[in-house]
Design a protein around this ligand. Structure first.
Ligand code: PHE
Length: 440
């Protein structure tokens, strides 16, 4: 059977933006920004997106489009004679499953908050509610529902499932967040939130430069879905050759735009209705945003309506990312093991039901997987993909980069290749070392 492909370039771009825009933008980003001192984090994060994220994204595109294979097959195929590169790709396939195991827990929370928003049942006691639903049998039940929807979309295939779903979901996300942001920034008291978010204050950078850099790097990779092979897989479904540098830039800009937009909803909301970030910081880590916005919904008129819009947008964002995680191992089984899409999807979803339930029942394991483990795996994975692109593909990477590229993009090819060969992997390996050191 012929390998699947996207119906159009726009379809590919929207699917990739769908993968990038997700809980990383709405849940992890405001949490990190709050934890690392607001605007300073935003600035460092934006620099890393630009200098590391965009070139990294293009490198994954190059591998995917050139090989027309899943990450494991791609690296094995493009480096014939050595088995070891195939394992680097396989590492990405496994990372996809690890990601989905914790991501689907959060997806389940979102589904639950979305349903409960219609009545506002969680408004009265935000912390107690989150405490009740976040881990245990009920969390697992909602996780199963979230995974089922994810699997249904992936079952539909590249065009009929992923491309169609993201084409519908992405515009809805942007409109909902845009309307909410427009409303939130005009609320009395929103100004303090905005200045926390947007007025640059370098003190937090001076206080903990390494910690800030580490968190910003992890967040930049996570939000652009880098280091797993999602972007390799999505680019492997490209038919004709368009400029990968251009598409990569568009995707990064859109992703960052949605991230900033989400910030424009969350921070004014918290400051205007919650008096700041106390609930966020006191609530700690993963539940922060849920408790924070719940308290804000309680205080505002028509809180239920705002809540439905807010959690509806996040639900779509989460789904368009979770499908991209499941698609990596599905593509692997379809390409390499000759398994049908149907059997691959059903079997892998079954597997994630097991690994995911472990996360849904154990907050300790969940936290470790969601932050430390994911940061490590993504950083190591992307370092591997970059070294592969720069040193194994080398000039061939440049040829692939140039194919379909315009004049401006082509002028950027050589500097891109050199940064992919040298400074970028070094930066990632240093980040990895610091991360490992911090674990000790
Ligand atoms: N980028 C997604 C988000 O921000 C998460 C993701 C990471 C998706 C890696 C796929 C691969 O939520």
């Amino acid at each position: 059977m012929a390998r699947e492909s996207w119906a159009s370039r726009v379809g590919f771009i929207l699917a990739a933006v769908g993968s990038a825009v997700g809980l990383g933008n709405v849940w992890r980003f405001p949490w990190m920004t709050a934890e690392y001192g607001g605007s300073a984090f935003l600035v460092v994060y934006l620099c890393i997106v630009l200098l590391v994220g965009v070139p990294g994204l293009v490198a994954e595109f190059v591998i995917g489009r050139k090989s027309k294979r899943n990450p494991a097959g791609a690296l094995a195929r493009l480096a014939p004679g050595t088995k070891s590169w195939g394992y680097v790709g396989l590492f990405g396939v496994i990372t996809g499953l690890v990601l989905l195991s914790f991501y689907s827990v959060v997806g389940g929370w979102i589904l639950r908050y979305f349903a409960a928003s219609f009545t506002g049942s969680y408004f009265a006691e935000p912390s107690a509610y989150f405490g009740r639903i976040s881990f245990g049998a009920e969390a697992a039940a909602f996780q199963v529902a979230f995974l089922a929807v994810t699997a249904l979309i992936v079952l539909g295939g590249v065009r009929g499932g992923i491309e169609k779903a993201t084409k519908v979901m992405m515009p809805i996300i942007v409109v909902l967040l845009g309307v909410l942001a427009g409303w939130a920034v005009t609320q009395p008291g929103a100004g303090t939130g905005l200045s926390f978010y947007l007025d640059f204050d370098p003190t937090p950078i001076q206080n903990d430069p390494i910690g800030m850099l580490r968190a910003a790097a992890g967040q930049a990779l996570f939000t652009l879905s880098l280091g797993v092979g999602t972007m390799i897989t999505y680019a492997s479904y490209l038919g004709e050759d368009n400029s990968l540098a251009f598409d990569g830039s568009v995707i990064s800009v859109l992703n960052t735009g949605v991230g900033v937009l989400a910030g424009l909803v969350v921070f004014p909301l918290l400051f205007a209705f919650q008096g700041g970030l106390t609930e966020v910081t006191e609530g700690g880590e993963s539940g922060a945003i849920f408790m924070g916005v719940a308290g804000a919904f309680r205080e505002m008129p028509y809180g239920e309506v705002v809540a439905v819009g807010f959690f509806g947008a996040i639900l779509f964002a989460a789904l368009s990312s979770s499908i991209s995680m499941l698609e990596i191992p599905v593509a692997y089984l379809v390409d390499e093991q000759d398994v049908s899409r149907r059997n691959a999807t059903v079997g892998l979803t079954g597997l994630v039901l097991v690994t995911g339930t472990i996360c849904a029942f154990n907050p300790g394991i969940f936290d470790f997987v969601a932050s430390t483990l994911v940061d490590l795996m993504l950083t190591a994975g992307l370092a591997g993909f970059l070294v592969f692109t720069g040193w194994v593909l080398g000039k061939d990477a440049l040829t692939e980069f140039d194919s379909g590229a315009g004049r401006i993009a082509r002028a950027l090819g050589t500097p891109w290749l050199w940064s992919v060969r040298t400074i970028l992997p070094l930066f990632l390996l240093a980040t990895l070392a610091v991360n490992l050191y911090a674990m000790l």
